[in-house]
Design a protein around this ligand. Structure first.
Ligand code: AMP
Length: 399
């Protein structure tokens, strides 16, 4: 059993760093997507069920000069009360005597929400004195904010040093994210296929380089594939291309060859005469796109090629769409890949979908529960895949 699950929170005050940076309606401040709140609820409920009390702390938005109405966490109170099923107390300031009085008087089963941590500049600076002040709220520190695990902020990393080893731990969400990431990056069963898509090679280069030492197969789709075709001397018409990354693309292909990693590029494409939902479309080889036309999705042959690689895999990591899936005419490739990852999962493969738009894609096609794990952390999961040490993870694992 995990440290969190086996910990008895009875009589303890648990200070939980959550990621409640949810989008709010500009006029009414109603929550428009509560995914991040829902993700943290099991951790809160376990602590309350044990008879512990909960102090929730989070950031919201990017306030520049101290408190501001639109970034106040008070807008979350009613929604939280509904989600957790208990009254939620609120401290107008995350530190200071009033906040300490509230946390000190909490009884088992009660919940206190602290005001936005980023109303203090010290939060993002990773200020030690501020972290120590925050630490006074709890006996136990629980980090359940995977979405900010790549930041060395006061509440996400620095604070951990003010708790003894036995009194700091990941929450259930964070445990799940770390376990999923480690399963793929450190303990992948082979064949291990990474599907990398999205717009730019430059955004994904560190991930690809890290995967060259781990994956057996790397599928490259989306806009970034055309930079590879161009580097190979092909005609890509007006497709997305990073001219300054052509040499890098060739270098990746060479490195992959030397390491015995199979790189799969989309052999054909759905092409369009403009970047628009109502564009004229056609179909051709990805390396033979007429000028004036651009590749906006992988083609049928590419789908078939990628399918057979994916279905032959025991571990699958997917980051980035295969085309401009936001437009109906260019979503076939991404949808087919999503369905194939789901099929491979039902055949016994382990699949992790993470980082930005591929998560949006599996949600769009209602396949989130048909893959093994969907990460909630965009930037954090990307940095994890890049092989970086995330400060929020290191602060718990290594101290
Ligand atoms: P990323 O955030 O790097 O994963 O990129 C996701 C974005 O890449 C999405 O908004 C897609 O519309 C876009 N994209 C995918 N394929 C293409 C393509 N062939 N041409 C232009 N943009 C693309």
């Amino acid at each position: 059993m995990s440290k969190f699950s086996s910990f008895n929170f009875s009589g303890k005050k648990a200070l939980i760093r959550v990621d409640f940076n949810v989008p709010l309606d500009k006029a009414t401040y109603a929550i428009t997507d509560d995914t991040r709140i829902r993700a943290a609820i099991p951790t809160v409920k376990k602590i309350l069920a044990d008879g512990g009390s909960v102090i929730l702390m989070s950031h919201m938005g990017r306030p520049k000069e101290g408190p501001e109405e639109k970034s106040s966490l008070k807008h979350l109170i009613a929604h939280l009360e509904q989600s957790i099923g208990v009254k939620v107390l609120f401290a107008n300031d995350c530190i200071g005597s009033e906040a300490y009085q509230l946390s000190a008087s909490l009884k088992g089963g009660q919940v206190l929400l602290l005001e936005n941590l980023r109303f203090y500049k010290e939060e993002e600076k990773g200020d030690e004195a501020f972290a120590e002040k925050l630490s006074k709220h709890g006996d136990v520190y629980v980090n359940d904010a995977f979405g900010t695990a790549h930041r060395a902020h006061a509440s996400t990393a620095v604070i951990a040093k003010y708790f003894s080893t036995e009194n700091k731990m990941f929450g259930l969400l964070m445990e799940g994210e770390v376990a999923a990431g480690e399963k793929v990056l450190l303990n992948a069963q082979k064949p291990f296929t990474a599907i990398i898509g999205g717009a730019k090679v430059s955004d994904k280069i560190l991930i690809i380089e890290n995967l060259l030492d781990r994956a057996t197969d790397i599928i490259i789709g989306g806009g970034m594939a055309y930079t590879f075709w161009k580097a190979l001397g092909k005609n890509i018409g007006n497709s997305l291309c990073e001219e300054d990354r052509l040499a890098l693309a060739l270098e990746i292909l060479e490195k992959a060859k030397a390491k015995g990693v199979n790189i799969h590029l989309p052999i054909d494409s759905t092409i369009a005469d403009k970047f628009a939902a109502d564009a004229q479309t056609d179909h051709c080889e990805s390396g033979n796109i007429p000028s004036g036309w651009m590749g906006l999705d992988i083609g049928k042959q590419a789908i078939a090629d990628f399918k057979s690689v994916i279905l032959n895999s025991k571990t699958i990591l997917w980051n980035g769409p295969m085309g401009v899936f936001e437009m109906e005419k260019f979503q076939e490739g991404t949808k087919a890949i999503a369905l194939t990852v789901a099929e491979a999962t039902s055949n016994g493969a382990y699949s992790l979908v993470g980082g930005g738009d591929s998560v949006a894609a599996v949600n769009m096609f209602h396949l989130a529960d048909k893959v093994s794990y969907v990460s909630t952390g965009g930037g954090a999961m990307l940095e994890f895949f890049e092989g970086k040490t995330l400060p929020g993870i290191a602060a718990i694992q290594k101290l």
